[in-house]
Design a protein around this ligand. Structure first.
Ligand code: GPP
Ligand code: MG
Ligand code: MG
Length: 360
């Protein structure tokens, strides 16, 4: 079993799911019929929201442990790394269930968003996001309570969750007016500086750094030693760059990828997101073109969205992205080649290969 074996990874998912369902069965002081309702509900919710993505975040933990051990993993090591990997996927499920409500999205991974399902209300889905988060800690306790890095692993999840929530606050344009309404459109906020800060928090830590840091923690690297500190720092530095590149792709795909390939329908224009596209557009627009953005950005109106996308095409933003992507690929290749120790480089090559020219 290796980091490329998706079926083996999914088999571990099934074990984790079975244990979580058994936990519900064992809840004290609830009648059998109430417990059965919970079991029926979460036996649908968990498989709907957790597996079914690209699973890169989860597989990265396994790849990280392989790269650090520099050999084929034992069955026990593989299973531990896969369990940790699935906890990153559970974290992602928690975020996505909540994010789709906040972004008023319609589809995810080619199916309706969880909160849009006929038998799920928005109230249910908010609570489900919280339950999915809690399941991470149930599973970590079950498997790692005695592991020397247990506390460090817990803190990695807690800190990463907070970082992502800070990013999400910036991303959802934060700070509403006193009457609870969103502030009116302020194009001057959409700068690359704001963009970089937002993306570092909302994407880079949980999508890239967390999996790498978990592999280091599991293998016993201590961030409080000189050797350990450098490893975590090297991982963080390259993950911030890979994560920003990944989110810029996400933003471009949101506007231009066919939803049937992407598995989701973009909402960035309607939601007035600080997207890379709008930041770049604002660097290039004439006064007249800026008026088009002022009139149409941030409105839930198909005609308006079309006008914004036409403007993006006029400004040749897709071509600009292609140039950016090639430059970024070269820069990442060079940075990765300098990472010490050399065996650690393979982890970031694995990540870069997953994202370069991705279509979904
Ligand atoms: C997705 O960004 C953002 C997250 C998954 C973080 C959510 C954080 C919470 C605390 C809920 P996005 O909205 O740009 O991505 P997508 O295009 O996949 O919806
Ligand atoms: Mg979203
Ligand atoms: Mg979002």
């Amino acid at each position: 079993m290796t980091s490329t074996d998706k079926d083996a990874f999914l088999a571990i998912y099934k074990e984790i799911e079975t244990d979580l369902i058994a936990d519900i069965q064992n809840l004290p002081a609830l009648s059998d019929s109430v417990k059965q309702q919970l079991i029926d509900y979460y036996s649908v919710c968990i498989p709907y929201t957790v597996p079914g993505g690209k699973m890169t975040r989860g597989l990265t933990v396994i790849k990280g442990v392989e790269v650090l051990k520099q050999r084929k993993l034992t069955d026990k090591e593989y299973k531990d790394a896969a369990i940790l990997g699935w906890q990153v996927e559970w974290l992602q499920a928690f975020f996505l269930v909540a994010d789709d409500i906040m972004d008023a999205s319609i589809t995810r991974r080619g199916s309706p968003c969880w909160y849009k399902k006929p038998n799920v209300t928005q109230d249910n889905a908010i609570n489900d996001a919280l339950i999915l988060e809690n399941m991470i800690y149930q599973t970590l306790r079950r498997h790692f309570k005695k592991h020397p890095s247990y506390v460090q692993i817990l803190e990695l999840f807690i800190d990463t969750t907070f970082q992502t929530e800070v990013g999400q606050h910036i991303d959802t344009n934060g700070t509403p007016y006193a009457d609870g309404k969103r502030a009116p459109l302020d194009l001057s906020r959409f700068t690359l500086d704001r963009y970089q800060g937002c993306v570092r928090y909302k994407t880079c830590y949980y999508s890239f750094y967390l999996s790498c840091a978990l592999a280091l923690a599991y293998c016993g690297y201590d961030p409080d030693t000189t050797e350990g500190k450098a490893l975590y720092q090297n991982a963080e530095d390259i993950c911030m760059i890979l994560g920003e590149y990944f989110q810029i792709q996400d933003d471009v795909l949101d506007a231009f990828a066919p939803p049937e390939v992407l598995g989701k329908i973009g909402t960035d224009i309607e939601d007035a997101k600080c997207s890379w596209l709008v930041c770049k557009a604002l660097e290039l627009v004439s006064e007249e073109q800026k008026e088009i953005l002022m009139a149409n950005y941030g409105k839930h109106d198909a005609e308006g969205v079309k006008k914004v996308k036409e403007l993006y095409r006029e400004l040749k933003l897709e071509e600009l992205f292609q140039t950016y992507e090639e430059e970024q690929k070269k820069m990442c290749d060079d940075l990765i080649a300098k990472i010490e120790p050399q065996n650690f480089q393979d982890l970031f090559k694995f990540l870069l290969a997953k994202i370069y020219k991705r279509q979904k």
